[in-house]
Design a protein around this ligand. Structure first.
Ligand code: SF4
Length: 497
């Protein structure tokens, strides 16, 4: 019987199981045959609603999920295609979406994506023209076109969330972005991988508090020493394995057979806990060789399902950081930074924030008293082809030292506590943090704070922490590249116009 993932996950009575497949860098050969074999067995087993196929994981080239997915789809198993924003601009992304629609593969997991890895000749150019929120909106708008053209089979878009964050800023940034993704049209949620049950509960409580009830699937993984090490060292963005768990996994795998048995048991225990907590399904990862292990996890889940609460203590080891922030705990007493850090924070964050905010109120508010004068000036400079003059003598000298301005011409600093998403975030995220930050540090530049963490601290300092990333910010207007953003704003040419 052909199972339809969107129907199954949308029915609250179902507990859905999906399986993640990770293609390699081959178009034929053993790795492809193995994945197709796993998919074939999953279909035969009958307990898997769909396989999800990753899109150049880790930013490294691999067989396209569209191609592999279409072969699996034709065999009768439903497919979720991972769709990232890293490798294509908006034109390529829309074209890819149309191609997927044409192929009938409309379950999409919309992701910002890991940062670029290495291809032939070295590191790839990171595109990130959209973020996952805008991609979700694109798919929603394509649905309208599908309906108009008489196709009732629409894109069914899901999103990811990483609840496994240790700091207040990252936690709130993740949930804020999740709200936006759901608002933009995401119909289901898949968590990143982690082992802190309190964080799994926190996500569900957040959704209840917001009166949102999307189907949420929790990630479950067959943890081997290799994958546990990568996650523990932060090499898998968004996934989290604490030191204690990592040490435990290493000990368990002293003998491969017992290691595998314990890994299956751990995956099954987490699976039943998630079911007990109200998750609508599990998303199984870490299966690279055969479907047998998945069958063993699901069999074990059947055996232990009723006693899920007995296993909670095993997943209560926290995030390995005594200061981990939990949204629904009583607010912990704010930790006072040492004096040099406080001075640095004021100089690098709070004072520039105050300065730019004041300048914005005076010069870049359509309701400012002098707004008509600025507009007139902008018109005169445009008519006389002198906009470059303003940019050269005023705009660049102010914005370059303060913001490392990239002259995108469509300034978005006001949406990010006056930090720049172009120069400050390697993925140029305009609608919230990606899932890859770790203890507040950037996934890509690990010696720099995530720009969204900095923005949160700036806003919190002014009592506005709750406003972080609330607005839906359209993608950058590339037609304005290298022009004066000040003039563009006053003439209503930029994204605010
Ligand atoms: S600055 Fe933050 S949102 Fe941007 S890439 Fe780094 S971790 Fe991700």
């Amino acid at each position: 019987m052909i199972r339809i993932f969107s129907d199954e996950i949308s029915n609250p009575k179902n507990f859905v199981v999906t399986l993640e497949l990770v293609p390699g860098r081959e178009s034929v050969g053993r790795s492809v045959d193995t994945l197709k074999g796993i998919a074939r067995d999953a279909f035969g087993d009958g307990r898997i609603s769909a396989v999800s196929i990753t899109d150049n994981p880790g930013g490294n080239p691999s067989l396209s999920p569209d191609v592999l997915g279409s072969e699996i789809f034709k065999c009768g198993l439903d497919v979720i295609v991972h769709f990232t924003c890293r490798d294509m601009n908006r034109v390529g992304m829309e074209s890819r979406a149309l191609q997927l629609a044409r192929m009938g593969m409309k379950n999409i997991l919309a992701l910002t994506g890991d940062y670029s890895g290495k291809g032939f000749g070295g590191q790839g150019k990171p595109v990130f023209d959209y973020d996952s929120v805008i991609l979700t909106r694109l798919l929603k708008s394509l649905n309208k076109r599908l309906l108009t053209s008489g196709d009732p089979d629409l894109f069914f878009t899901g999103c990811a969330v990483s609840p496994f964050k240790t700091t207040e800023a990252e936690t709130l940034a993740q949930y804020g972005k999740l709200d936006k993704k759901l608002g933009a049209g995401a119909s289901f949620v898949i968590t990143q991988l982690g082992y802190d049950v309190k964080k799994f509960r926190e996500l569900i409580s957040h959704l209840h508090q917001k009166r949102m009830n999307p189907p949420v699937m929790g990630s479950v993984y067959l943890l081997s020493p290799r994958s546990a090490r990568a996650m523990n060292k932060g090499r898998v963005p968004g996934a989290h394995v604490a030191d204690t768990l990592f040490d435990q996994v290493i000990k368990e795998w002293t003998h491969t057979r017992s290691g595998l048995k314990t890994a299956i048991d751990r995956a099954a225990k987490l699976g039943v806990i998630l079911k007990g907590l109200g998750y609508r399904g599990i998303h199984i990862g870490g299966i690279h060789r055969s479907f047998k292990t998945v069958g063993a996890i699901l069999d074990r889940m059947d055996e232990i399902e009723d006693s899920w609460e007995d296993f909670l203590t095993e997943f209560n080891m926290g995030m390995g950081n005594a200061n981990t922030y939990y949204y629904f705990d009583k607010t912990p007493a704010p930790q006072k930074l040492p004096l040099p850090s406080r001075i640095k924070e004021k100089l690098t964050d709070h004072y520039p924030h105050f300065l730019l905010k004041t300048a914005h109120t005076l010069f870049f508010d359509k309701n400012a008293r002098l707004a008509p004068v600025y507009r007139k000036l902008a018109e005169v400079l445009t008519k006389t082809n002198k906009t470059w003059l303003l940019k050269l003598i005023l705009e660049d000298p102010m914005k370059k030292p303060l913001l490392s301005c990239q002259s995108c011409g469509d300034c978005a600093i006001q949406h990010l506590a006056f930090l720049c998403p172009e120069s400050g975030c390697p993925k140029h995220t305009r609608n919230g943090a990606c899932g890859g930050s770790r203890d507040g540090w950037c996934e890509v530049h690990t010696d720099k704070k995530c720009v969204w963490t900095r923005a949160y601290h700036r806003l919190k300092y002014c009592g506005l922490g709750h406003t972080l990333g609330q607005e839906l910010v359209p993608p950058r207007m590339w037609e304005l590249n290298k022009t004066s953003s000040w003039i563009n704003f006053h003439l209503g040419k930029d994204h605010q116009g």
